[in-house]
Design a protein around this ligand. Structure first.
Ligand SMILES: NC(=O)c1ccc[n+]([C@@H]2O[C@H](COP(=O)([O-])OP(=O)(O)OC[C@H]3O[C@@H](n4cnc5c(N)ncnc54)[C@H](OP(=O)(O)O)[C@@H]3O)[C@@H](O)[C@H]2O)c1
Length: 316
């Protein structure tokens, strides 16, 4: 018997007092997505809303804010019943007030529930300005900037919060190192840190640090893709419980107090990801033991960097 079903998805309280459903739908249309593929997000975000999802995770850089906003309007579900997250792209620091207006206009929404700084670093895409970078990015064309710093960008995010255009602000891809840097000057403690998290990248120290600061952690790439789904420990534990590997892994995140944003375009898999079992301590510990600090989504390119920053700069 699943302990979580589409009608009983639990909520977590953010440090703002707002509640966020622990399962959200990831709305990234994939690398190399063309406009048609991005537009199709409206269809599968629509099936997710019909299946019970009340939390959608998008970003300026995904180009899917319009699809997400349209899916909500077409669903007939009142806006206040859906938690919507979007993100400030890493090449928009110094442009935060314009960027949030672009996101709101794109989505056709009056506010976002959560606005995340997508990456801690400010970058420039020479020749492309603030526009949408090409999906297949040449690593040499991304230049990290010294200014604005993450502290300066956070101060702008705090002003966006004051404006009421977003109900909460948070960060993404932050480590203990970059969070400590941010907290030196922050007036508002981030509500959320959204990071890559799955059994091969369990990040227990980051989780404990965030908990100590009242920052909720959202797991992206929560399923760990086919790499984790086919791990023999995962498949054995899933078989023993009579659930799928993805259900097992998502349940592990929830048991650790995290939010998850699995992405699926398929209605059946969307429903599957909302029906999660209870895990006992020994199962949780067996999954914890798979940690090998391996990034499956945002891993360093041929220059040893992710969007212009080294692993050392990230504190990863
Ligand atoms: N903040 C950041 O920097 C950042 C980075 C990456 C991602 N994210 C967010 O996190 C979301 C999810 O991340 P992600 O797409 O990297 O990872 P993911 O959700 O763990 O994996 C998505 C992949 O798993 C498949 N899948 C989903 N449920 C499944 C199931 N039950 N059985 C089998 N396959 C299943 C999907 O295929 P189908 O669609 O065919 O089902 C898709 O190929 C994104 O959409 C985005 O919102 C944020």
């Amino acid at each position: 018997m699943p302990v979580i079903t589409s009608s009983t998805v639990p909520f977590i309280k953010l440090n703002t007092g707002a509640s966020i459903p622990v399962i959200g739908l990831g709305c990234f249309a994939g690398n190399g997505a063309n406009q048609e593929r991005r537009d199709r997000v409206k269809v599968w975000a629509g099936t997710a809303l019909k299946s019970g999802y009340r939390h959608l995770d998008t970003a300026w850089i995904y180009g899917t804010e319009h699809s997400v906003g349209t899916a909500i309007r077409e669903s007939g579900i009142p806006r206040k019943e859906v938690f919507v997250t979007t993100k400030l792209p890493w090449h928009h620091p110094g442009y935060v007030f314009e960027s949030i207006d672009e996101s709101l206009r794109e989505a056709g929404l009056d506010y976002f529930d959560l606005y995340l700084m997508h990456f801690p670093q400010a970058t420039e895409y020479p020749g492309q300005g603030r526009g949408r970078p090409a999906d297949a990015e040449d690593p040499h064309s991304i230049r990290a900037l010294e200014h604005p710093t993450l502290n300066e960008t956070w101060a702008d995010m705090e002003r966006v919060l004051e404006s009421g255009k977003v109900k909460a602000i948070g960060v993404s891809n932050f480590s203990i190192k970059t969070l400590e840097e941010l907290l030196k000057t922050a007036k508002v403690v981030p509500a959320v840190n959204q990071v890559e998290l799955h059994p091969y990248l369990a990040q227990p120290k980051l989780l404990a640090y965030c908990k100590s600061k009242g920052i909720v952690v959202t797991a992206y790439t929560p399923t760990g893709y086919a790499t984790v789904r086919s791990d023999p420990t995962i498949t054995t534990l899933a078989n023993n419980l009579g659930v799928t590997p993805t259900q097992l892994v998502l349940a592990w995140h929830i048991a650790r107090g995290c939010i998850v944003t699995p992405k699926s375009e398929d209605e059946g898999r969307q429903k599957e990801n909302l029906e999660l079992p209870h895990l006992d301590e020994s199962t949780i510990r067996a999954i914890d033991a798979l940690d090998r600090n391996e990034r499956l989504c945002n891993y360093p390119n041929e220059l040893g960097m992710v969007y212009g920053w080294t692993m050392e700069q990230f504190g990863w």
